[in-house]
Design a protein. Structure first.
Length: 301
């Protein structure tokens, strides 16, 4: 691993088929034409790696695919020099993203190779951190059963090798049950940086208001922990050591928001790996994400 690669991305990559826009859900049995479709590389970790490459930020991306034609295509979408691929004997996971008017979206994911992703494969590929500001992020953990059950072990291994750790586990497919909240709490107690969106924050905290959810989660942080809550067009909220931060997204004409939060993660971590200025890192993140969701093909800088 090159010394300058101060960001390590671990997690899910899959094929995204994005369709839109739709205005509400159609009735069962009907057919709807949409103006745009795009097949592209996706997954929370995958989107983060693509954004880092688009920003010209050196990083290492460790993920798996299936050994089918979709897996071949998926691996070709990434910067080969940044990737360490694990190829499993199965179909590659596909996610269909439906974009609604205004940019909101919903995802349908077929399990595929993500069900086979193995904790031991990631543990074997964790290098020593190049310096004490380097950040390793685990993304999409809720979709990978073995990674999900072993995330605390993975976080501990990363810390032992000198990495600051971050998590962006996404939305649990079964919803926020007592079990998923307990699991998330164990990750929150272990990680250095938590990156979640507004709906995830409300679900995890069992609160109806974002303010209430953010405050409840932030109250449980260690002094050195960072909590980031992403709230779409309203920007992001940051919490660290009792301080609150806010960055507002610039107004843009939205094309689609798929991967917006992952793009924010990439730019935010890239900034935080070089500075302690949390406000500046948040601003860099929201501006990069705004640029990405308002350009086609996507631009990051």
């Amino acid at each position: 691993m090159a010394p300058e690669a101060a960001i390590l991305v671990l997690g899910n990559a899959n094929v995204d088929l994005v369709l839109g826009e739709v205005d509400g859900w159609p009735a069962i049995g009907t057919e709807v034409e949409v103006e745009r479709s795009e097949m592209r590389a996706g997954g929370s970790a995958g989107n983060t790696s693509l954004a880092l490459s688009g920003l010209g930020v050196a990083h290492r991306f460790v993920a798996s695919t299936g050994n089918d034609p979709n897996g071949v295509w998926l691996r070709e979408q990434f910067d080969a020099a940044s990737c360490d691929w694990i190829v499993d004997d199965c179909a590659t996971t596909i996610t269909v993203g439906i974009v609604h008017k205004g940019g909101d979206r919903v995802f349908f994911t077929a399990p595929g190779h993500l069900q086979r992703a193995r904790l031991d494969d990631l543990l074997a590929r964790v290098p020593a951190a190049p310096h004490d500001r380097a950040i390793a992020v685990i993304a999409g953990g809720f979709l990978m059963p073995d990674i999900r059950s072993g995330t605390v072990k993975l976080l501990a291994s990363l810390n032992a090798k000198g990495w600051r750790t971050a998590i962006d586990p996404g939305w649990p497919p079964e919803g926020w049950t007592d079990e998923t909240r307990l699991l998330m709490r164990s990750w929150m107690e272990t990680t250095d940086i938590a990156l979640i969106n507004a709906e995830e924050a409300k679900g995890y905290a069992a609160e109806t208001s974002l303010e209430g959810a953010s405050q409840k989660i932030a109250a449980g942080l260690r002094a050195d922990q960072v909590l980031i809550v992403k709230d779409g067009a309203d920007g992001v909220r940051g919490f660290r050591g009792g301080e609150r931060f806010r960055a507002v997204s610039p107004p843009v004409t939205v094309i689609d928001t798929v991967g917006a939060g992952d793009t924010f993660n990439a730019a935010f971590m890239a900034a935080l790996s070089t500075t302690d200025d949390l406000a500046a890192a948040l601003d860099h993140g929201v501006r990069t994400a705004a640029r990405a969701i308002s350009t086609f093909p996507r631009r990051y800088e």
